[in-house]
Design a protein around this ligand. Sequence first.
Ligand code: UN1
Length: 513
Amino acid sequence: ALSFGIDEALKQLGLQEINHGTSTGVHSFGSGELIESFSPVDGQSIGKVTSTTKEEYEKVIQTATKAFHHWRKVPAPQRGEIVRQFGEKLRELKEPLGKLVSYEMGKSYQEGLGEVQEMIDICDFAVGLSRQLHGLTMHSERPGHRMYEQYHPLGIAGIISAFNFPVAVWSWNTALAWVCGDVCVWKPSEKTPLCGVACQSIIAEVLRENNLPEGISCLINGDYTVGEFMSHDKRIPLVSATGSTRMGKIVAQAVAARLGKSLLELGGNNAIIVTPDADIKMTVIGAVFGAVGTAGQRCTSTRRLIIHESIYDKVKKALVDAYQQLRIGNPLDENNHVGPLIDLDAVKMYNSALQKVAEEGGNIIVEGEVLSGEGYESGCYVKPAIVEADNTFKIVQEETFAPILYLLKYSGDVENAIAMQNDVAQGLSSAIMTNNLREAERFLSVAGSDCGIANVNIGTSGAEIGGAFGGEKETGGGRESGSDAWKVYMRRQTNTINYTAELPLAQGIKFDL
Ligand code: UN1
């Protein structure tokens, strides 16, 4: 039996079966190669899913297309009602689903619950949105003419998500896509396939209870080759992909080659600027949670701290003291702060980053280490490390998905810190810790942070769903979740109506017969 109620959670989520497959809501099928899911928590096998073959994929797309033809005609507020029911089910299953996220992905149980909370929040947001898919009306330049715009459903939204947010990122996309009248085909990360199966069976039940066609939500499984079915498929007008910049460039090029739309949510290299006017206590909590939360595997994780020289030693000491308090171990045990990395490949990348930063002249002040012995049998537990480095180091310029925090020093004005913060290829999240209004406003100004997210006196991670989420430069430019991110899931149509018996042309052009 598995500890911390995992057996019970799997049962509540209907995951006791050993093999799971491709699914179109009601029907599950699968004949492709088996993918086995191992928990990084204890190395145990949780279950298996079959990868989706090309033939099965065809069946999925046909079912999804048929479902779309029905779903797009359901009034948006009624689609919102389905999303409301989905949110209700998530409330009921918050604990088992949060536990599965924690066990299959390795983040702390608190963060697993937080992820399901994000799903509930986006459902609530989408329900309200279902009555607010507004377009504008304009004044026509011609007499007796009316002009307005409306938003129509787009079609199939393809979703490719990453292991680190195995359930929430899917729901940011689906909750909006569904109220917009789209149907969804999801390929979760092959590292967290059971989270995919669990989510799919929750929405499938809602669809069944409402006699809606299967295919409004579809699940396909496999590695990048299965994702490529979607990026090359012109029947999928929108592909929303979350993951590495490397992956995003491949997806974006394939989708662009057929002039489809892509929504990209790629790597970050997020920094907190710590100015002489920062509240040190808040800075330390924000920076430590940002750097070691989810074992440094959020796209919003804090990777760089840019600290003013006048307070550098003080901040450094406070951080080293805080790191000494960190308890690393089973993430389901709420006494621990830091869980495992996702797998042994991630451990390799962590080791290699530490080696590279040392070679480039970095000064490791909190040593990293791969932990072994009791409780660490999976081999995926590592010690969060702190390194004094330079922003120009090659490794500091890269996103390493691990708990490694780089300390960088700046002198003079906040502009110097902002220049350093912006001097990376990625542009997702950024923050400044200061009680100085002038510094804060400069950081937020046109000449300030170049990221999609810029926070004051908050760390880089843990964004709320109400804002648009995403970033610039190599982060890919996409925006998901709140604000007007819904617009990418719809097609805009401009309508001009003439209610006179004349046919005046725009721009005053004369054309008489
Ligand atoms: C991600 O890591 O892909 O802002 C998403 C945050 C979370 C989402 C992160 N709400 O940290």
